[in-house]
Design a protein around this ligand. Structure first.
Ligand SMILES: Nc1ncnc2c1ncn2[C@@H]1O[C@H](COP(=O)(O)OP(=O)(O)OP(=O)(O)O)[C@@H](O)[C@H]1O
Ligand SMILES: [Mg+2]
Length: 267
């Protein structure tokens, strides 16, 4: 007699879960009962008009602002109200809407700063030249790998303030990649770039996903970038989610056209 066959339904946990997140600034509700999941291995874009609450979502994920309510989980680890450095250690790194590099440090030194979460030297290690050499060598090797990946290898010894704007953006991205994050949050990586640079940035973000196997949560106003490289798009307006789905579906959603795309098309 044949044995009954049982099919196991394996439901993989999303990499990031944001559940009913609310962030208030005094009387202003910047993020209002907002939920979204980011699946592992994708490029997921978060879009919406100016002031919709996108950066505030990033700030809540990275522990920069305290949510009024809601939960943020990475896998099954609850990161709500964790300290920012604990969130980096858990595997989430970010770039900022305004490019933030240390202009009077070299590119290499800027990259080193992104490695601090790996610094696990105790007091005894501090006095051990061999441990310190090993750590420095690992940090240097990672920096060269990241710089090579981003096309920054020839600029490692330049001051970050002396290199072109696009390269500074890549240094900031490189700093975030130094700790080998599972999830990278990019806040408007294409802002201020020329058309050619924007195309390069698109390629780099695709490489992050395909070669470096980093999951990307992307905030971006450039619809050409968003619609071309995203697996999923979530749309916010006034702190709330108004649409979500594949880029081609979101693009056609009347709510989105009204709130966001309509605005930019008529501009
Ligand atoms: N630290 C803060 N204190 C007070 N209000 C804030 C603060 N940060 C953001 N806000 C307000 O919260 C709302 C959402 O801002 P947020 O920066 O998240 O929008 P955004 O979607 O990133 O917009 P943009 O596309 O212009 O970057 C806005 O009304 C903004 O003025
Ligand atoms: Mg913003």
């Amino acid at each position: 007699m044949p044995l009954p066959s049982y099919r196991m339904e394996v439901s993989a946990l999303p990499l990031l879960q944001i559940e009913n997140l609310t962030v208030r600034f005094g009387g202003l509700i910047a993020v209002n009962d907002f939920s979204m999941n980011v699946e592992d291995g994708v490029i997921h874009s978060l879009i919406g008009p100016n002031g919709a609450g996108k950066t505030t979502v990033f700030n809540a994920i990275t522990g920069v602002v305290r949510p009024h309510s809601g939960r943020i989980l990475l896998g099954n680890k609850n990161l709500t109200r964790e300290q920012p450095h604990k969130i980096v250690e858990a595997g989430i790194c970010r770039t900022f809407q305004s490019v933030s590099v240390f202009k009077y440090l070299t590119v290499l030194e800027n990259l080193y700063l992104g490695y601090h979460s790996k610094l696990k030297l105790n007091l005894f290690d501090e006095f051990s030249p061999s441990k310190r050499r090993k750590f420095t060598w690992e940090m240097y090797t990672r920096a060269v790998f990241v710089a090579d990946f981003l096309g920054l290898k020839s600029r490692l010894l330049s001051y970050a303030g002396s290199i072109p704007f696009m390269a500074q953006k890549l240094v900031e991205m490189g700093r975030a990649l130094m700790s080998n994050p599972k999830l990278l949050l990019l806040d408007e990586p294409a802002a201020g770039l020329t058309d050619v640079e924007t195309e390069q940035m698109k390629e780099i973000i695709l490489h992050l996903k395909n070669e470096m196997k980093v999951t990307v949560l992307l905030v971006e106003h450039d619809m050409n970038v968003v619609m071309n490289i995203s697996d999923t798009v979530t749309v916010m307006d006034f702190g709330k989610k108004i649409s979500e789905g594949k880029p081609e579906d979101v693009r056609r959603d009347p709510m989105v056209i009204k709130a966001y795309l309509g605005e930019s098309e008529s501009a």
